[in-house]
Design a protein. Structure first.
Length: 303
């Protein structure tokens, strides 16, 4: 049974088609990335998964429980860290987490609350009022609230937006541990290097539709090749290699050329062609494509 199963979900706000028929499935234990530019529909989809919004059509289920028909059971299996810093200013950190436990009918949950606070470096702030915390600390509490009932599926909506490096490292260490222990993680982030380092599989949304869905390695290999940058001490680029140039202005501007390569095996033939033409290489670098290259190609290609 899928941890999250979404079938043809559509949502319109007046003239805006926020979601245009999204379908995807996330398996138990996956670290799954949900990526896209602002306005792609990510937050709308998350709000539907969390039961905060209803789709116009289509279905979404968490561990088999429909988020509309079986809302209580679906929500019990889900922990959501929202983008916005939403908090009650009248309670301490510990009181906030105890109340959150109560929403799920959990009593005597202090042992787990203490463990969550320790892993998020909140122990020293346990008795501090929420309104006295910094923005970064408030975001840590949001993460703790989402985890307080030990949900098998955790949704992180831009969890590290605007926070310091220390919190990012602390958060990912703890979340990665939960993932290793079997929790399913669904992440939206604008930090593509985070997604590449953490996610096993990725869905990219644009205009409310899924425009790419694959494993990280296959996505990078299939969509975007590597780049071979060569600086010639003497000679010019042979005509046979000019179609490989990524930046056409380099053909006019000088002796440095960026060539597209899809496989390491293509490098040696390129070097052989350069040698045969009489060109002398002064410097050479091979840059492997990353998720940002893939993201840009897909977003520019999907009009």
């Amino acid at each position: 049974m899928a941890a999250l199963h979404i079938v043809d979900v559509k949502k319109r706000y007046k003239s805006l088609q926020a979601l245009g028929g999204v379908s995807l499935s996330v398996e138990p234990g996956e670290f799954f990335g949900l990526l896209g530019p602002n306005g792609a529909g990510k937050t709308t989809l998350i709000s539907i998964i969390a039961g905060l919004n209803r789709p116009d059509s289509g279905t979404a289920a968490v561990h088999g429980f429909d988020v509309v028909k079986d809302y209580r059971e679906a929500r019990r299996r889900l922990g959501v860290v929202p983008q916005e810093l939403v908090f009650d200013p009248f309670f301490t950190v510990r009181e906030t987490l105890r109340m959150q436990s109560g929403y799920f009918g959990l009593k005597n949950n202090d042992k787990w609350i203490d463990e969550v606070m320790e892993n998020l470096d909140l122990t020293d702030k346990a008795d501090t009022n929420m309104r006295a915390l910094s923005g970064g600390m408030k975001r840590r509490v949001l993460v703790a609230q989402a985890l307080v009932h030990k949900p098998p599926v955790i949704v992180l909506d831009e969890p590290t937006a605007g926070v310091d490096v220390e919190l990012r490292q602390t958060l990912w260490k703890f979340i990665s541990r939960l993932n290793r222990e079997g929790h399913t993680i669904i992440l939206t982030t604008h930090y593509l290097e985070e997604a590449q380092a953490l996610c096993n599989r990725v869905a990219m949304l644009k205009g409310g539709k899924v425009v790419a869905l694959d494993t990280m390695s296959k996505l990078i290999k299939r969509i975007s090749g590597s780049q071979l940058v060569v600086h010639l001490a003497r000679g010019t680029l042979p005509d046979g290699l000019k179609p490989l140039v990524s930046h056409p202005d380099e053909l006019v501007s000088g002796s440095r050329y960026t060539l597209r390569v899809n496989d390491y095996a293509e490098v040696e033939p390129i070097l052989a062609t350069l040698r045969q033409s009489g060109a002398v290489i002064d410097d050479m670098q091979l840059h492997q494509a990353d998720l940002e290259d893939v993201f840009i190609q897909i977003m520019e290609g999907e009009k």
